[in-house]
Design a protein around this ligand. Structure first.
Ligand code: NAD
Length: 339
């Protein structure tokens, strides 16, 4: 990370942000950043290339290039086509302060490998992911020392769930002396599954009879055939979701008391149900009660993932500036609002 501080038109310090993975969430992230004064998109990468401009990239141009040609690597004059986009990008872009990893976690250790690449190349700064599986977050948590020594502040599980809802559960827990259950139920509505291929594949991996590996190996035609059978609906129960390990680590409750499930409609933007988290516990007076935090139905998955991801990136920047490195979860740090 460079010592030189960039300031925007309002004189707020500007964080130079990179988005790795430019699919559904990556493109939404670029749109979320566009009106921000404190953060600027300077680089984006996909499987076939990357674009980098230290003064800032135009989100709409990146998106139209990706959608029409299949890679931001075609963006003139800032793009480069390469199959090693992440490695090359890290090497050329030392001026990037923080990255949002909007990458598929397929296989289940992919994001861990990416984190190791950042360490190997000697990059210092803040990394944020919206990773979902317990086992994936556990692998990253084991890298605490390595990340710390490398001068990286890594914020994990910082999307919607895990992320926004896990943080809400942490806040709700404060009213209780003992937490009995944390029940997360999400509803997602998207117009077509192709807009979020990795998200849908990773969701299929939670269905009975499927694994991360079988879902990763499914062809698009096989995913479509499965969705045809279910009328485009995926019903998910008792998912392996990192909200459990994050809440356990934060001292809220043992992981067995945390459950996550939901319904995804891949053919309808309207949410099939309202996303919510219910936190049940006993107060110091012995009363049993439930706090419920419900997201507005009009808020999309992208809004509820990308907003928190950048809120945690800002919080991570503040930790990094204070010399605090290593790995932190969405349940232990409060996100900061990005202006
Ligand atoms: P997507 O399939 O739409 O896009 C993935 C992008 O990553 C593509 O641009 C692709 O080119 C790029 N990519 C793949 N391999 C790459 C590589 N080796 N190098 C560089 N780029 C590469 O993905 P999506 O649906 O936006 O999902 C992204 C991630 O976000 C998934 O892991 C998903 O589970 C996660 N997610 C988290 C939450 C949450 O609440 N925590 C919610 C939704 C999605």
């Amino acid at each position: 990370m460079s010592g030189k501080q960039v300031t925007g038109s309002s004189n707020l310090p500007v964080t130079r942000v990179g988005v790795l993975g430019f699919g559904g969430l990556g493109q939404a992230a670029a749109k979320v950043l566009a009106p921000k004064q404190e953060m600027r998109l300077v680089t984006a990468a996909d499987k076939h290339g990357y674009a980098y401009c230290a003064d800032g990239l135009d989100a709409s141009l990146c998106i139209s290039t990706y959608q029409s040609q299949g890679s931001v690597g075609y963006l003139e004059p800032f793009g480069k086509l390469t199959t090693e986009s992440i490695e090359e990008l890290i090497a050329v872009s030392s001026l990037v302060d923080g990255y949002f990893l909007a990458l598929p976690n397929l296989p289940n250790d992919f994001i861990t490998t990416v984190a190791k690449q950042f360490i190997k190349l000697g990059w210092r700064g803040v990394l944020v992911d919206a990773i979902k599986r317990t086992s994936a977050v556990e692998q990253l948590l084991e890298m605490h020392e390595e990340l710390s020594e490398a001068g990286i502040t890594y914020m994990t599980g910082c999307g919607a769930t895990p992320g926004l809802l896990t943080a809400a559960a942490t806040l709700a827990a404060q009213s209780y002396a003992e937490i009995h259950s944390v029940e997360i139920t999400f509803g997602v509505g998207i117009a077509n599954w192709e807009a979020y291929r990795a998200t849908i594949r990773e969701d299929i991996a939670h269905m009975p009879g499927y694994s991360v590996e079988t879902a990763r190996l499914m062809t698009d035609a096989e995913v479509e055939a499965l969705l045809d059978q279910t009328n485009g609906i995926l019903k998910l129960e008792n998912m392996e979701h990192a909200d459990d390990v994050m809440l356990e680590l934060a001292g809220i409750c043992p992981r067995e008391r945390v459950t996550v499930g939901g319904v995804v409609d891949t053919r309808n933007l309207k949410k099939p149900l309202s996303t919510n988290v219910k936190v049940t516990g006993r107060t110091f007076e012995g009363k049993i009660s439930t706090h419920t935090f419900t997201l507005g139905d009009e808020t999309s998955m992208a809004a509820n993932v990308c907003g928190p991801a950048f809120g945690y990136l800002k919080a991570g920047m503040q930790l990094h500036k204070r010399g605090i490195h290593g790995i932190f979860t969405a349940a232990e740090i409060m996100p900061q609002f990005v202006r």
